[in-house]
Design a protein around this ligand. Structure first.
Ligand code: IMP
Ligand code: MG
Length: 176
């Protein structure tokens, strides 16, 4: 059995999301489109949009399936778009939502894609960030938690597509 050591609890995530939604609401425009990056961003996005509801925001949402990792825990450096959004990004503010900002490759590629399509503005929200790991010039406008350089799972984040269902964020303890 994989041993997973809790790092951020369900309660900590929930209260941080309320704060983030409050911050986002002050910047919200009626035609802002949330673009949720799958797969990792789906749990965060689902809870975030319900937190936005408590701020009287009625967000529009779409999804893009992107991967920057192979089956390993080390970034391959390649970003692949498996499935694009359905809605148009032209002339509207976009809020990109992802689980974690590490090298910044995923968000740099998707941000530039939205800007090339004529998005009015692109903001970025991530639940987690690992400082000091940036390879691309990407700034997140909203960050839930900064975490140490450890591989984490849960709350949408995976290792080999497992552990996304955990309600908390944990560190994989390989026993080493
Ligand atoms: P970046 O493109 O290097 O910024 O990496 C972002 C993507 O890598 C995220 O969307 C995650 O899917 C994945 N990732 C980075 N660090 C972790 C981690 O600690 N656990 C699980 N996935 C991670
Ligand atoms: Mg992943």
């Amino acid at each position: 059995m994989t041993n997973i050591k809790p790092l951020i609890t369900q309660e900590q995530i929930a209260s941080r999301l309320q704060e983030m939604a409050m911050q986002m609401a002050t910047h919200w425009q009626p035609n802002t489109l949330i673009v949720s990056l799958l797969k990792g961003g789906f749990v965060f996005t689902a809870d975030l949009m319900r937190a936005l509801h408590h701020q009287d925001v009625q967000p529009e949402i779409d999804f893009m399936t992107v991967s920057s990792y192979g089956a390993d825990t080390i970034s391959s450096g390649e970003v692949t778009i498996h499935q694009d959004i359905v809605e148009s990004a032209t002339n509207r503010p976009i809020l990109l939502v992802d689980d974690i900002l590490e090298s910044g490759r995923t968000l740099a590629v998707t941000r530039d894609m939205m800007l090339n399509r004529g998005a009015a503005e692109v903001q970025i929200a991530v639940l987690l960030e690992k400082p000091g790991k940036r390879v691309m010039d990407v700034h997140a406008d909203y960050v839930g938690f900064s975490i140490p350089d450890q591989f984490v799972v849960g709350y949408g984040l995976d290792i080999n597509n497992r552990h996304r269902e955990l309600p908390f964020i944990g560190v994989v303890d390989d026993g080493g």
